[in-house]
Design a binder for this molecule. Structure first.
Ligand SMILES: [Zn+2]
Length: 306
């Protein structure tokens, strides 16, 4: 008799074991039922970064019953032209929660200062803890090449958490993952030292309005701070419906030939040619390296190439 069967028999005979086994079978991350579906966590430096890079993909996963979490590694307390400090952090926290409500996901904000992020051991442990608590199968972050130091260091911090999330002696107070997740990078435009490579491209056309809904919740950013620092405040309409329409237009960007090729790879030529909006991701070398079948299992919204 195998040890497994012995334990099962014992479990059937002993009420305590039964309760223990039932608890184990259904006990989950933060009280959520274990659906057997992959779990997704995305990291951004600020409480709006994930919305830009992965809002559409998150909304698709959420609509299919997948658990998705966004994490902002800083509280965003420097990102405004007239507000700052705790008042701004509180406003941005509320905006992020509203965005999460609209997308059907959860949104955590770590209490590190905006504009002062460093790839320290302390913050690395915070990131490891978040990935482990979420029992993440897919982790998405910026690449460590970017104009903003907080974005760069978010990329470094998440890279530094890869592999270590499975090492039990690191941050032992939070149980280690049984296996290293799939680590991905958000799309970006930076060319050095190497351009972004769209290994996976998700057609978000049907969920683009949902992505805009999420971004629209970040009023302090999309309608105030980013237009101010980018010198285009005069373009932002005053009333709410006009400004949301403007936001949608400003977020409508041409699909690059590289991303169109990736869409063709995953969805077939006909579907790829009709795709109006996409989000793309690059596979990081420090996590698992899935084959095409495994990628299709993890991203079930990808089509079947015909
Ligand atoms: Zn940012």
């Amino acid at each position: 008799m195998s040890p497994k069967i012995t334990v099962m028999k014992l479990a059937i005979k002993t009420p305590f074991f039964c309760i223990f086994f039932i608890f184990f079978a259904f006990a989950t991350t933060q009280g959520q039922p274990d659906t057997g579906k992959v779990r997704i966590i995305m990291f951004g430096a600020h409480p709006d970064d994930c919305d830009y890079g992965g809002g559409g993909t998150a909304a698709i996963f959420a609509s299919m019953g997948y658990a998705v979490k966004f994490v902002a590694i800083t509280n965003g307390d420097a990102g405004h032209q007239t507000q700052k400090g705790p008042e701004l952090a509180e406003r941005r926290y509320k905006e992020a929660q509203e965005s999460a409500r609209r997308l059907g996901i959860s949104y955590d904000i770590l209490d590190n200062h905006d504009g002062q992020l460093l790839p320290s051991l302390e913050v690395r442990m915070q990131v490891i803890k978040k990935i482990r608590e979420w029992k993440a199968d897919i982790v998405i972050s910026p690449r460590p090449n970017d104009y903003h130091p907080d974005h760069r260091y978010t990329g470094v911090l998440v890279q530094d958490a890869a592999y270590m999330v499975a090492v039990p002696n690191t941050a032992p107070e939070t149980p280690a993952l049984k296996k290293n997740p799939l680590f991905l990078y958000f799309q970006d435009r930076f060319q050095r030292p190497n351009p972004f490579r769209p290994d996976i491209a998700v057609d978000i056309t049907a969920f683009f309005d949902k992505k805009i809904d999420g971004l629209d919740a970040h009023v302090s950013q999309v309608y105030e701070w980013l237009p101010w620092i980018g010198h285009y405040s005069q373009l932002v309409p005053k009333n709410e419906s006009d400004r949301k329409k403007w936001l949608k237009e400003s977020q409508t960007v041409p699909i690059t030939p590289e991303i169109r090729n990736s869409l063709t790879r995953w969805y077939g030529r006909e579907h790829a040619e009709q795709t109006k909006h996409a989000e793309a991701f690059e596979i990081c070398e420090y996590g698992i390296q899935p084959g095409d079948d495994e990628i299709r299992r993890m991203f079930p919204m990808l089509g079947h190439k015909n």
